[in-house]
Design a protein around this ligand. Sequence first.
Ligand SMILES: Cc1cc2nc3c(=O)[nH]c(=O)nc-3n(C[C@H](O)[C@H](O)[C@H](O)COP(=O)(O)O)c2cc1C
Length: 326
Amino acid sequence: MTASPPTSAAPVKRVLVIDYSQTGQLSAVAAQIIAPLRADPAIAVHVEALRPLKPFPFPWGFFPFFDAFPESAHLRPGALAPLSLRGDEDFDLVILPYQVWFLAPSQPVTAFLQHPLAARLLAGKPVVTVIACRNMWLLAHEKLKGLLAATGARLSDNIVLTDPGPTFATFFTTPAWLVWGRKRGFWGMPDAGLDANQIAGCRRFGLALRDALREGRERLAQPMLEGLGAVRADVRLYISEKAGTRSFYLWGKLLMAAGPPGSWQRRPLLALYVLFLLALIVTVVPVSLSLQALLRPFFKGWLTKMKVQFERPSGSSTDRSPFYDD
Ligand SMILES: Cc1cc2nc3c(=O)[nH]c(=O)nc-3n(C[C@H](O)[C@H](O)[C@H](O)COP(=O)(O)O)c2cc1C
């Protein structure tokens, strides 16, 4: 789809992009989206890199990885180093990519949204969220919507990219990648993370946002990325997410009472919890998926309603995608 080129009198549109990624995956997704915006002289892009005061390691190692769950699940993140923004900057659009950590927004992104500057920067602004995660994001996004609402921002669009491997395989390949740095698949399972085509395909969102900004559509209370296959919600995972969230919350409380992040007092409890979690993954997830497959005919209406709800605002239809396949 071509939009009329900006005239020299057209005011510059300012876009804020938040950036945090451990492996570079989420930054690569964001880079595809912002490339068309950067190429437009009428759009100024500011990328704000989030730097946790105490950086999270990568690869994580076993205990540091699981030790991050209590504070992640309870939305009590470690603090960030000072931002380069002052809070009085005026952006037309905010792009907020985030990864999911333990069924919640990652700690650095949560810390940003809880930062006193966030409300000053985001109040009344349209925000496009971009999720790149293994495949469980439904409840993390509910939490993120709550954090966004507290800043007074308006969620304009949501883009979701999930790892293409089968759910069960990714329960093993993703931790192997994150804990030990092994991205290549093993035992016949696919590589961890997104594939190159998914990342390259994100350019279509950047092109659509560029056109929307040129036409001032970021100010309208309508999504800018409809028809581009932005979100496909797998609501069959909802019940597993609910069970996981509850267990992270309860065990997280216990662990936080035992000691601060990184303390030795947490280790025995963490070891016990990982065993419990493994049992949960090999029982609750397959049982809930099989039960749902059996009962699907009875819950069809409910599942369809949930799917539509979780795919809001951008939706899963792809009718505009051909216009942006370049
Ligand atoms: C501590 C931690 C917990 C994670 N928990 C989840 C999760 O609950 N659901 C999910 O889909 N992905 C989860 N992931 C995967 C991330 O969302 C993401 O795909 C991966 O960390 C790569 O992100 P990056 O761009 O920061 O490298 C987790 C990753 C980490 C590091």
